[in-house]
Design a protein around this ligand. Structure first.
Ligand code: HEM
Length: 406
């Protein structure tokens, strides 16, 4: 008598080709106090926190500093250092003076003002995709354009500038160690470009964020310098394009690579905001999830004691899969409703663009599911091309077919 085979209806991370990257660190010996450590690419041993509760507590502790990691010889995943005035490189209390100038624009209500523009751009790009027909590339024709167009609109930057700043932002986020002088050239290229926007050497639109911040610089005490404005805006220019695109393209890829997940959203579009959170829980930007910190004092916490001067990797990637917090953590459950994930970081440096990324990703998925419920990958998922970098890791093409509407 034949035995009925019941297919496992669960979709797990392991079932999605390439979703997880190999770790960007090497395992290392335990510290004398028994805590786990890893070896970073910079050659530093770092305490490795992987439990949700520990990662959250460490990221809330302002004595865990970024500044020392961003100095020559500092503990890092990156092959170079970057200017200290970047938000991510600054520490309490200076950090607050910089960040507060853009807090309102990036709040959920501030971002809401961009939703209609985002919808309009998505529909325009999808019209073009549909005209190309089966086999058209959803990544290059649609996704690749959305965050950068929305960012230009937000910042008040001419759309034509994208051809200049986008390849630079891409290279900076890939952060390859193969040619560090060239990487630095690219970094300073985008930094100088932004300096020209802030000083008026290049044109910006009157109603954009750049002109608004320049006009309001004296509201900060002391007034923000050009360098500080660039330090804040660099995160918007690069993060608002490359980081949003990495999250967006991996969320869409995952849904297309697992048709049961896609179908679940077609059947119940109300689930989409929750589904996006569940996918983001499992999907970091690149091969790392958080930048290292340095202990400016003995740090006692739920982990035990991390001595002053130690390097620390608060691994949000691992914390987001902590079985003590997320049941059956490697299973993708689009209706999961457990703890808030840490993919956008936590505490002082929590992602400035989280609400923007959420809005863009959710809007794209809503429109895709509604317009093209039968959409499928046109190649097997394991043949989708990827770019693998440190802060940027994502598909570089998503050929699709079946643009029928029901
Ligand atoms: C899915 C998309 C995104 C993910 C997963 C993500 C993730 C993160 C994480 C984990 C951090 C904290 C890093 C740390 O503490 O070491 C961070 C910080 C940051 N992100 Fe994002 N990000 C995303 C999108 C964006 C967007 C769209 C923007 C720009 C508008 C942006 C701008 C920034 C900035 C400026 C910081 C530094 C904040 C600070 O130091 O105060 N990110 N992001």
């Amino acid at each position: 008598m034949p035995v009925a085979v019941i297919a496992d209806p669960r979709v797990t991370v392991a079932g999605i080709p390439n979703l997880d990257a190999p770790p960007a660190y090497q395992p290392a010996s335990l510290a004398a106090n028994g805590l786990s450590r890893i070896l970073l690419p910079s050659g530093h041993l770092a305490y490795h926190l992987t439990r949700y509760e520990h990662v959250q507590a460490l990221l809330l502790d302002n004595r865990a500093k970024r500044g020392p990691c961003n100095q020559e010889g500092g503990a890092s995943f990156l092959p170079t250092i970057s200017p200290p005035e970047l938000l991510l490189n600054s520490d309490f209390p200076e950090h607050g003076r910089l960040r507060k100038v853009v807090a309102r624009d990036f709040s959920p209500s501030g971002v809401e003002a961009l939703r209609n523009k985002t919808k309009q751009v998505i529909h325009q790009r999808l019209d073009a995709l549909q005209r190309q027909g089966d086999g058209a590339d959803l990544f290059t024709q649609v996704l690749d354009h959305i965050p950068s167009i929305v960012s230009c609109h937000l910042l008040g930057v001419p759309l034509g500038d994208r051809a200049y700043f986008r390849p630079l932002g891409h290279a900076v986020q890939v952060a390859s160690s193969a040619d560090v002088p060239e990487l630095l050239n690219q970094f300073w290229g985008i930094y100088d470009y932004l300096t020209d926007l802030v000083t008026g050497a290049r044109p910006t639109c009157q109603d954009g964020m750049i002109q608004r911040l320049v006009a309001a610089r004296a509201d900060s005490e002391p007034p923000l310098t050009d360098q500080e404005l660039v330090g804040v805006l660099l995160g918007v220019l690069i993060g608002g394009d490359q980081n949003a695109l990495s999250g967006l393209s991996k969320v869409v890829y995952t849904l297309l690579a697992a048709p049961p997940l896609w179908q679940q959203l077609v059947d119940d579009p109300g689930l989409i905001p929750n589904a996006v959170e569940e996918l983001l829980r499992l999907i970091p930007l690149g091969t790392i999830s958080i930048f290292p910190r340095s202990a400016s004092a003995d740090l006692e916490g739920p982990w035990g004691l991390i001595p002053e001067g130690s390097s620390i990797y608060a691994d949000a990637f691992a914390a987001n899969r902590d079985p003590a917090v997320f049941s059956d953590p490697l299973t993708i459950r689009l209706d999961r409703n457990e703890a808030r994930h840490l993919q956008f970081g936590y505490g002082l440096h929590n992602c400035m663009g989280a609400a923007l990324a959420r809005m863009e990703i959710t809007t794209v998925v809503q429109i895709l599911v509604q317009r093209f419920p039968n959409l499928r990958l046109a190649v097997p998922a394991d043949q989708v091309p990827w770019v693998n970098g440190i802060i940027l890791r994502r598909p570089s093409g998503l050929p699709v077919h079946d643009f029928t509407s029901s």
